[in-house]
Design a binder for this molecule. Structure first.
Ligand code: HEM
Ligand code: SF4
Ligand code: SF4
Length: 365
């Protein structure tokens, strides 16, 4: 949808909703829309990311197609989120990757795997791909520590700077010159983000083929906490190595392995569940581009989780070298595409929640 069309279309739909107000109890969007009655570009970016896509307002709407008003709030919000990801992707040239997310993700994972495989062959020789390794430092005999950590930190730093620049501009645009960050708005937003309050459809759940289902929120919880556990596993492994001078592979009952295994399983199950929900869902209240972004991100997360679990299971066999290349390649693919895909949704969503908490706090005061 063109930007002007999108702004005009959201303006049209919200003016019907502001008159109707039937869906007010479902989420924060309808209350916020009453404070933004003349929709501009910043309002599209704000409301689109405040919408949690529970789709209950589509299921409930008496003006949804085939009614001539053709009200479909979740679809226009999904189009607004795709536009946000592209508009605030930094630098803007690679942000165009968003238009072909699948192709870019596949190229990033395959390219990352090929580069890691070449680095392994260059540092340990081709035999590293069929010679089993065991004991402390086994991974580093295949690929030196510096060759793992330096590119990983470089990619993470690049992604963090890009996302921070986009987030700053997004906050400026949706704030329209006013400040909305305070301790209390941050606290409220954090609580709502962790509970995914607005994915509850006002309490009944999301609209998918099962109507009023809580499964999307539950699977998202597994993905969210699984991802954080995997990050914590990586940090704890670095701390063990740095301060206790213990080299990986770590025992099965060590902190990094327990966190990594639990996180990997939660991530794998959560992603599979989200894919199952998506496959059975009605596609009318969404947008094809968003579906492509969702599946790409889900595919990347699943590849990272499954290759990580496989590496753990076969780390002392001859398959370790190849699995290490594939797993690090998948992680590289996730990091390279992170600033330009669905991964960034949590940043814009969180900022939108902070602004909403600020506005609602002012009304209550
Ligand atoms: C502030 C934290 C977060 C919030 C508020 C949040 C919120 C949401 C919401 C509302 C959705 C459904 C709407 C949509 O598809 O955009 C969603 C989807 C998704 N989120 Fe998050 N999220 C957060 C963090 C994360 C993290 C850290 C991950 C994992 C790395 C993650 C993974 C996903 C995935 C895979 C989907 C797609 C689900 C689907 O396609 O059905 N989220 N998130
Ligand atoms: S989505 Fe439909 S039912 Fe809900 S407030 Fe808007 S017009 Fe009314
Ligand atoms: S899809 Fe759900 S979160 Fe989005 S506007 Fe409709 S009711 Fe609110």
């Amino acid at each position: 949808m063109l930007e002007l069309d999108l702004t005009a279309e959201l303006d049209r739909q919200m003016s019907v909703c502001n008159a109707c107000r039937y869906c007010e109890g479902f989420c924060a969007v309808f209350g916020a829309a009453q404070l933004h009655t003349a929709i501009g570009t910043g309002d599209v970016a704000y409301l689109a990311n405040l919408c949690h896509d529970c789709r209950m307002c589509f299921d409930a709407c008496m003006f949804a197609p085939p009614h001539e008003f053709a009200i479909n709030v979740p679809a226009v919000m999904a189009a607004g989120r795709v536009e946000t990801y592209e508009r605030y992707g930094r630098p803007s040239l690679p942000a165009r990757m968003i238009r072909n997310p699948r192709g870019v993700a596949i190229a990033a994972v395959l390219g990352g795997t090929a580069i890691v495989a070449l680095a392994i062959a260059a540092s340990a020789g081709a035999a590293a791909f069929w010679t089993p390794q065991s004991g402390p430092g086994a991974f580093y005999r295949v690929l030196p520590y510096a060759a793992m950590i330096v590119p990983a930190l470089g990619l993470a730093a690049y992604g963090a700077v890009c996302v921070a620049l986009g987030a700053r501009d997004y906050a400026r645009d949706i704030g329209a010159g006013s400040r909305f960050v305070s301790l209390s708005s941050l606290r409220t937003a954090l609580r709502e983000a962790l509970a995914l309050t607005y994915l509850k459809g006002g309490g009944a759940g999301c609209y998918d083929a099962h109507r009023s289902s809580g499964s999307r929120r539950a699977f998202h919880g597994l993905v969210f906490w699984g991802f954080l556990a995997d990050l914590a596993a990586t940090v704890s492994a670095a701390l063990e190595q740095e301060f206790l001078h213990l080299l990986p592979p770590y025992p099965l009952w060590s902190v990094p392995v327990v966190l990594g295994t639990g996180g990997g399983i939660a991530l794998a199950v959560g992603v599979a569940g989200l894919v199952a929900v998506k496959r059975r869902s009605d596609n009318r209240p969404t947008e094809p581009h968003m579906i492509a972004l969702d599946y790409t991100f889900l595919g990347l997360l699943e590849t990272v989780a499954l290759t990580g679990l496989a590496l753990l299971a076969f780390r002392s066999t001859a398959a370790m070298g190849a699995l290490l290349a594939v797993h690090l390649g998948a992680v590289a693919g996730l990091f390279i595409t992170a600033p330009y895909g669905k991964f960034v949704h949590f940043v814009y969503r969180f900022i939108a929640l902070v602004k909403n908490a600020h506005e609602q706090g002012h009304i209550a005061a």
